[in-house]
Design a binder for this molecule. Structure first.
Ligand SMILES: Cc1cc2nc3c(=O)[nH]c(=O)nc-3n(C[C@H](O)[C@H](O)[C@H](O)COP(=O)(O)O)c2cc1C
Length: 118
């Protein structure tokens, strides 16, 4: 049995295991802009220790890599459109995120987008 729904932090996964006695959990929306949630959750379940949040630099480097891979897969034009939401999730909660999001949404080229992911 797999537990699923509203796991957005490692502690949610532990609660799901404890309350439902499930064999595994799925994390969906909680991974958007936060791919670290998988290793952090695995680490927490194993050791009880919460790892620190990724730094802004790590978040932006990961967003850039994600964007780069999307461009290789889909081409720059489509990747730029499809990645808007993803990039917004990577920036969620950071200072100035709303302004940066709107700047990204008005970019015309991939280079412009990349230059804003700092
Ligand atoms: C980006 C994304 C992709 C998903 N793709 C699938 C899928 O291919 N098949 C599926 O059955 N559910 C899919 N789901 C649904 C999730 O497995 C999950 O049931 C749902 O998001 C609720 O869990 P959450 O609260 O952790 O998001 C997807 C969810 C997200 C956010």
């Amino acid at each position: 049995m797999i537990g699923n729904g509203d796991i957005t932090a490692p502690q949610d996964a532990l609660r799901m295991f404890e309350e439902t006695a499930c064999d595994a959990v799925i994390i969906g929306r909680g991974a958007l802009g936060n791919p670290w949630i998988f290793q952090n959750t695995a680490h927490f379940l194993k050791t009880g220790e919460l790892l620190p949040d990724p730094t802004i630099t790590t978040r932006m480097q990961t967003a850039k890599r994600h964007f780069d891979l999307a461009m290789k897969l889909k081409g720059a034009e489509l990747a730029m459109l499809q990645m808007r939401k993803q990039l917004a999730w990577y920036m969620k909660g950071l200072p100035g995120a709303a302004k940066r999001r709107s700047e990204i949404n008005s970019c015309k080229t991939a280079e412009e987008v990349l230059s804003l992911l700092t």
